[in-house]
Design a protein around this ligand. Structure first.
Ligand SMILES: NC(=O)c1ccc[n+]([C@@H]2O[C@H](COP(=O)([O-])OP(=O)(O)OC[C@H]3O[C@@H](n4cnc5c(N)ncnc54)[C@H](OP(=O)(O)O)[C@@H]3O)[C@@H](O)[C@H]2O)c1
Length: 251
């Protein structure tokens, strides 16, 4: 039997698909998100399909950051420790800076940065007591270059990636590993309203790619690796005039 994995935001999209993929590969799972009904449905389905494994779920709003550590502690106690914790919860907005959407942008930072930090902080404290564990953060290719219309989202994912770089240095030489993943477009409710999604892949394929990279314990990778590894480099060096043309915010 494999180890145990906690996934924040297993009620939809990548979190849900990764939960199904980890279950297929024999892991025990702790599922956390705000929509407890969706988690209970997933828990029931996984318990039926994989009766030898343990699946638990717990309501969690990562924006209520003081509640994150107690939830992670509860899940670790229920599963006899945690091997992998995935800070996956995230939201996105798309509009120009200065267009009257600051409250939405603040919510992006609260969820994608403060919520992820609370998850990583609590998981690392637990892993220090266990002397082992793997921290996984779901950043985005959007972290690689500030794109017009996605300032808050890109900034949140860049902040998360930099935070993980610091954590990686702090645990260097120990049995605690860090993995930061930078997905390109994977078809989920987060982006399925966007008309132009280059190289989009379905969520099952995306989840397989994510779980493969997590099992390989890579420190950082785009997802899928190709073509997003090349696009990331191109994004970094593309002239501003090219970047400015990628998206025309409404206001
Ligand atoms: N799909 C892509 O192409 C793509 C690309 C790059 C990065 N990502 C990142 O991958 C992660 C998952 O995104 P997705 O595509 O799976 O989006 P999604 O289908 O919209 O799922 C978002 C998840 O986040 C959870 N969530 C939102 N706010 C939360 C909060 N305050 N506390 C706890 N959970 C919260 C939601 O669960 P509840 O509503 O039940 O709480 C939901 O399960 C995000 O961090 C996203 O930025 C996705």
């Amino acid at each position: 039997m494999k180890g145990s994995v906690l996934i924040t935001s297993a009620s939809s999209g990548l979190g849900l698909a990764m939960a199904q993929e980890f279950a297929r590969r024999g892991y025990h799972l702790a599922l956390a998100a705000r929509r407890i009904d969706a988690l209970e449905q997933l828990q029931a389905q996984l318990s039926q399909d994989f009766p030898r494994q343990t699946f638990i779920c717990k309501a969690l709003d990562v924006c209520d950051w003081p509640s994150v550590a107690p939830v992670i502690k509860h899940c670790a106690e229920a599963l006899g420790g945690l091997d992998i914790v995935i800070a996956n919860a995230g939201i996105a907005t798309g509009h120009a800076v200065g267009s009257g959407h600051l409250a939405d942008d603040v919510q992006v930072i609260q969820t994608n940065v403060v919520g992820a930090m609370a998850t990583i902080d609590a998981a690392l404290a637990l892993f220090r007591t266990q002397n082992r564990g793997q921290l996984v953060a779901i950043s985005s290719v959007a972290a690689k270059r500030g794109m017009p219309g996605f300032g808050a989202y890109g900034a949140s994912k860049a902040a998360l990636a930099t935070y993980m770089e610091a954590v990686n240095a702090e645990v260097f030489g120990t049995q605690i590993k860090t993995t930061t993943l930078f997905p390109g477009y994977i078809d989920t409710p987060l982006n399925n309203h966007i008309r132009n999604r280059p190289f989009v892949i379905d969520v099952e394929r995306g989840a397989r790619a994510l779980v493969d990279l997590i099992e390989q314990q890579v420190t950082e990778s785009t997802v899928p690796v190709y073509p997003w590894n090349l696009i990331s480099v191109a994004l970094k060096w593309a002239p501003r005039s090219v970047i400015a043309k990628q998206h025309r915010p409404k206001s």
